[in-house]
Design a protein around this ligand. Structure first.
Ligand SMILES: [Zn+2]
Ligand SMILES: [Zn+2]
Length: 154
């Protein structure tokens, strides 16, 4: 909880401020809903793909032994993770993790979708650390959380 609040939330906030400042001052062009509805809808869907792709790449990177030792081992100190484990990271890992927002500097996007990307990363890490494989919606129906493997990874 301390690592999340002391480093995670401030780094998340700094990147959010940087992103909003960059968009609002015109350093990065952005499109709005009335200009290109189809692309905006696609970008909303791409947030999920960007999140998984970005996480996969940085997670592979920080499992390189030298980076694991100095950076990612902090996150893996949570051997029996809880929701608070999700952002319990080394500050370098926070920067890499929330760096997912920079995809919206490369792809035509919108500040609201970039905000969604950051929040999806911030809150989306929680399910991977609570240990549930499925969410039951009735006695016979459940859907896969796709997060259980990360729980086992810890
Ligand atoms: Zn790992
Ligand atoms: Zn984890």
């Amino acid at each position: 909880m301390t690592r999340s609040m002391l480093f995670g939330v401030p780094i998340w906030s700094i990147l959010q401020i940087l992103m909003l400042w960059t968009f609002s001052n015109g350093y990065i062009p952005w499109i709005n809903f009335s200009e290109n509805k189809i692309w905006i809808i696609l970008m909303i869907l791409f947030v999920l793909i960007i999140n998984d792709f970005h996480f996969y790449c940085i997670h592979r990177l920080i499992h390189i032994p030298i980076l694991y030792k100095w950076v990612h081992s902090v996150h893996h100190k949570s051997v029996n993770p809880s929701p608070w484990s999700s952002l319990s990271m080394h500050p370098v890992e926070h920067i890499l993790y929330f760096g997912t927002v920079f995809w919206h500097f490369l792809l035509p996007s919108n500040p609201i979708i970039a905000l969604y990307q950051l929040h999806f990363a911030g809150f989306g890490a929680v399910p991977g650390h609570i240990g549930f494989d499925k969410v039951e919606i009735s006695a016979k129906k459940a859907f896969d959380t796709h997060a259980y493997m990360h729980y086992l990874h810890h």
